[in-house]
Ligand binder design. Structure first.
Ligand code: NAD
Length: 311
């Protein structure tokens, strides 16, 4: 296996996800080549990257490790890994991977941050498909620890292990997802819960505010330290089964998105950006939620870094 530290990392796209991914690898000591075709976004990178350094109270001198370029080949030259965070369009990603194959060594690992497109599709036309993999970061990638590492039917085991090692060394918490299925693991879990939550509100069992309170003040209060599998084993699988016998048949099984959700979208009630979605949002309330989330994630990330540097 290659030594993880100081390998050159290529990042494609300097948007919301790409700039955070570039930051985290630079902070871990890697030189980073970033390809961003849009001049305005490229020029905004130093300011956006500096803002992350300020969040972590890190020396912005580390940003010198990131070099942003307006062309793919020079940015990716010599990269051991490439993380693609370009717009979510299959033909565009396929085109970028074709250009990548011509620009980097045959063993360079090519990872896509796509939320939904199978990496096998993105790499379909490549000669060396065993090095194509999915790496699903969560937004913001420099703050949320998890990265789902998704193996497709062609990805080699060695590529999975090298990708996991690199991410772990950079302070992330990578998990191995063995099949490239829609939603991977995290979004499937999230949407299973949202499906039930929306059905409960639609049926008039409770309002949307109540759902949020139940999650945040109930099982959510312990979820960061007690996952659902641990919790099931904690209470005992006999109890888990007894509850499932009563409950499962009663849970929502609407085929497709719930009509309640479709009607909201049709009515233009899209959430914070329109002032109403599942809940009503007075001016300033949405900003307060964003501020609360950002503060919480920064505090968590800082505490983790501190624990890592002073175990
Ligand atoms: N935003 C999220 O919460 C999130 C979470 C996980 C995964 N993703 C995935 O990450 C990828 C990027 O999402 P984002 O939210 O950062 O999008 P974004 O629009 O913020 O960033 C995409 C960047 O790619 C650039 N770009 C446009 N054309 C390009 C090209 N031809 N070559 C290279 N770069 C190009 C854009 O200028 C932009 O800066 C998508 O595949 C998305 O599905 C997003």
């Amino acid at each position: 296996m290659r030594e993880a530290r100081e390998q050159k990392i290529g990042v494609i796209g300097g948007g919301l996800m790409g700039h955070g991914i570039a930051y985290l690898f630079a902070a871990a000591g890697h030189p980073v080549g970033l390809y961003e075709p849009i001049a305005e976004i490229r020029e905004s990178l130093p300011r956006r990257l500096k803002a992350i350094a300020e969040l972590f109270e890190e020396d912005p001198v580390l940003l010198k490790r990131i070099e942003a370029r307006d062309a793919l080949a020079p940015a990716m030259q010599g990269a051991a890994f490439v993380f693609e965070a370009a717009p979510e369009k299959l033909p565009l990603k396929q085109q970028l991977f074709a250009e990548l194959e011509a620009a980097v060594a045959p063993e360079t690992i090519l990872a896509s941050n796509s939320s939904a497109i199978p990496s096998a599709e993105i790499g379909r036309h490549l000669r060396h498909r065993e090095r194509v993999i999915g790496t699903h970061f969560w937004n913001p990638p420099h703050l949320v620890p998890l990265v789902e590492v998704i193996q497709n039917e062609r990805t080699s085991e060695a590529v999975v292990q090298e990708t996991i090692a690199l991410l772990r060394d950079a302070g992330k918490v990578p998990v191995h997802v063995r099949r490239d299925i829609p939603g991977f693991v995290g979004n499937r879990l999230q949407h299973a819960m949202k499906r039930e939550a929306i059905a409960l509100v639609a049926a008039g069992v409770c309002d949307a505010e109540t759902i949020d309170t139940v999650v945040k003040e109930g099982f959510g209060a312990r979820t960061a330290v007690l996952g659902p599998m641990e919790q099931s084993d904690l209470v005992g699988l006999n109890l888990t089964l007894d509850i499932a016998e009563v409950l499962i048949a009663d849970l929502d099984r609407t085929a497709g998105p719930h009509p309640f959700l479709r009607d909201k979208v049709k009515a233009g009630k899209l959430g914070m950006k329109t002032g109403e979605g599942l809940r009503k949002w007075a001016p300033g309330e949405a900003d307060a939620v964003r501020e609360r989330l950002s503060r919480f994630l920064v505090e968590q990330a800082k505490a983790k870094r501190k624990a890592k540097s002073h175990p």
